[in-house]
Design a protein around this ligand. Sequence first.
Ligand SMILES: Nc1nc2c(c(=O)[nH]1)N=C([C@H](O)[C@H](O)COP(=O)(O)OP(=O)(O)OP(=O)(O)O)CN2
Ligand SMILES: [Zn+2]
Length: 128
Amino acid sequence: MYELTVSKSFSAAHILCGYPGDCARLHGHTWTVQVKVKGEELDNLGMLVDFKAIKKELMNLIDQFDHRFINDLDGFGDGGVNPTAENLAFYIYRSLEKPVEALRAGIRMKEVSVWESPDAYATYWEDK
Ligand SMILES: Nc1nc2c(c(=O)[nH]1)N=C([C@H](O)[C@H](O)COP(=O)(O)OP(=O)(O)OP(=O)(O)O)CN2
Ligand SMILES: [Zn+2]
């Protein structure tokens, strides 16, 4: 079994609604998103899948967050979920699962991790 990991960062602001502390106030982070995929068979180039292809899918997705107020985006904030690292990891996993797995037969999403700061991150994965 092989595992590939790619990471990209974006800058965005958020508010944690109902949070009993300073994170309930408007503030920003340079968020880092790490995506892991897994699979068993390498192609004739010796790759599970091209890093560039996964990075392209990740960039397409996280562009919607860059230099935005996340609470204003569909699915987050009022009427949606709080923009925590956990909820972003879930959203990104579910959004990338199909496009990434379509890149090559046998590729599976493994997990998505989201860092709000260098010392704190959340990971979402599904057993498959
Ligand atoms: N389980 C979670 N806990 C917290 C989240 C989260 O998404 N999931 N988010 C926050 C806030 O967004 C906060 O801005 C980030 O907290 P933290 O990483 O602790 O960053 P600080 O800059 O506040 O770092 P300190 O080390 O605490 O100074 C809070 N909790
Ligand atoms: Zn925060």
